[in-house]
Design a protein around this ligand. Sequence first.
Ligand code: PEP
Length: 256
Amino acid sequence: MSRKPVIAGNWKMFKTVSEALTFVRGIRQATVGLGYAEVVLCPPFTALALMSEGLRGSGISLGAQDVFWEDKGAFTGEISPVMLKDAGCSYVIVGHSERRQYFRETDEKVNRKVKAVLGHGLTPIMCVGETLDEREAGVTEKIVRAQTTAGLAGLAPEQVAGMVIAYEPVWAIGTGRTASDEDAQSVIAYIRDIVREQCGETAAGNVRILYGGSVKPENTAGLMSKRDIDGALVGGASLEVKSFTEIIKRTSETRR
Ligand code: PEP
């Protein structure tokens, strides 16, 4: 089964609109001819519309970092899938651990968001992953099973087949500590098994499952050489054109 790798950059709460546009000019030039991996940039909401114009014709897709599940209404401060689509997004990160940790996002909310995103023809990048305490307590599989099962509840197998899931161990995010290639492969293969049990073989064979957590140019090739790892969700290293391009390049070389 050949799944096209995805390299998605999560900018978190970094970059003004002008900084974002400078990045767009740089990445367009730097990635000419690096066409194999699918590249997604997820800037803050404020930069989406202008980045969508700036990325036109580049082959680079745009994603948001969060969404609310309603189409419109009296929900001050929220952004709907309709608005994200209108701003040029095709991907939406859902259930990032920072949202789960600081904004009390539950599995049930993640599931509602995933359904809303899919309902509008956008692709969710649904994040799952254990904390350090959970890993040390030996419950990694239990946690990712609960998050994956609840996040995918009620979805049709064809919807799951087109989704992206990101395994992001919380202890590896922004810490410089990466899961070993073998550990990342083993948890991601386990997530694929959960998808197989819940949604069948076609969904399991097609869903793309990324690794995230301190991905850098130096550890990209090792991670991407693993059979179940279909790309990366990159935080810190996606903020600089040079490091992000290098990750895209090494992924394309490893997976081609
Ligand atoms: C992330 O924000 O999803 C992430 C993986 O961050 P970092 O690459 O900085 O660990």
